[in-house]
Write a protein that binds this ligand. Structure first.
Ligand code: ASP
Length: 323
């Protein structure tokens, strides 16, 4: 028996001008989700059930960029993606290009459990959802006025919005704090992708990640979040969920690298996370949360901040945005 541990994130990269009210709302939501996970763990739910439960809750609330509240493609539509992995058997499921499914993370789990495949996308994923009676709704349900406004600004500035590069004060990764990013006022930037990792009291690890991707992304773009080994990974040693610049995370196979460093170099969890953030992440900003089969929990990021929280069986509980 090990002590259980849970970590949750609401994306890497934080707008330093994000209103205190919005910061508070984000922390409250992360706290609520951690508490939900904690009660499930206390009732002996498996790591896999808990990561799905927590990510569903984050998808249902419009605050973060997943499910309801997903960012918009250049066409003004929502194309969501999610993945889940059960470390005990290295089973996994993923979906991309989903536009009507209320909880993409549960569809990813269904792909894992009820299809002969690991990854379904676009019309095939939608058809599979309907065959399995998954709750669907019109695309408009996912679209919030905030995101419509941000897409307008992103289009005016002809840019894809992401906030990982914003320094908090002074310098971040060698860049002076700008007043504007890509010509846009910093205050338009919002929280990002969500994820959850859990090790349960039997030492089983699981990971789940869900996102709308990047604001003003090309229709059809697939990021790291649904890609096993990049945005999400779990095995018998650990569970990892990443967030940040998808293209950089894909190139770095970031989530799998944490497990590989533990496996091949014999590093402890936090050492492996630090090593990977420092040596593996090439030209890009990202962050990740991780748990190990020994009940450890770890974070790492190379950007200004990350919406995150964690709790362990021995009573540790923390939610934060900055370092
Ligand atoms: N990694 C996500 C993507 O590139 C975005 C994020 O984490 O905020 O789609």
């Amino acid at each position: 028996m090990v002590g259980w541990a849970i970590a949750v994130h609401g994306g890497a990269g934080v707008d330093p001008n994000l209103s205190p009210q919005r910061q508070e709302e984000a922390k409250q939501l992360l706290t609520h989700c951690l508490n939900l996970g904690i009660s499930a763990l206390r009732s002996n739910a498996s790591a896999l059930d808990v990561v799905e439960l927590v990510v569903r809750e984050l998808e249902t609330d419009p605050l973060f960029n997943s499910g309801r509240g997903s960012v918009l493609t250049a066409n003004g539509t929502v194309e969501m993606e999610a993945s889940i992995m059960d470390g005990t058997k290295r089973r996994c499921g993923a979906v991309s290009g989903v536009s009507t499914v209320k909880n993409p993370i549960s569809l990813a789990r269904l792909v894992m459990e009820k299809s002969p495949h690991s990854y379904l996308a676009f019309s095939g994923a939608e058809e599979f959802a309907r065959q399995h009676g998954v709750e669907v709704t019109e695309n408009a349900y996912f679209i919030t006025p905030d995101n419509v406004g941000m897409l307008k600004l992103a289009k005016e500035a002809n840019t894809i919005l992401f906030d990982y590069r914003i320094p908090t004060t002074g310098k971040c990764a060698g860049v002076e704090s700008p007043v504007k990013m890509n010509g846009l006022p910093l205050s338009v930037y919002a929280p990002e992708t969500v994820g959850c990792v859990v090790v349960d009291s039997e030492g089983r690890c699981a990971a789940a990640t869900s996102t709308g991707g990047l604001m003003n992304k090309m229709s059809g773009r697939i990021g790291d979040s649904p890609i096993i080994g990049a945005g999400t990974y779990a095995c018998e040693l650990c569970g990892v969920s990443c967030t940040g610049e998808g293209e950089a995370i894909i190139r770095s196979t970031l989530a799998r690298e944490v497990a590989a460093v533990m496996e091949y170099k014999g590093y402890r969890l936090q050492e492996a996370v630090d090593y990977v953030i420092k040596h593996r992440l090439d030209e890009g900003f990202a962050g990740l949360i991780a748990v190990s089969n020994k009940g450890e929990v770890a974070f790492g990021h190379n950007c200004n901040g990350m919406f995150k929280g964690c709790a362990t069986e021995n009573g540790f509980f923390e939610v934060g945005i900055w370092d």
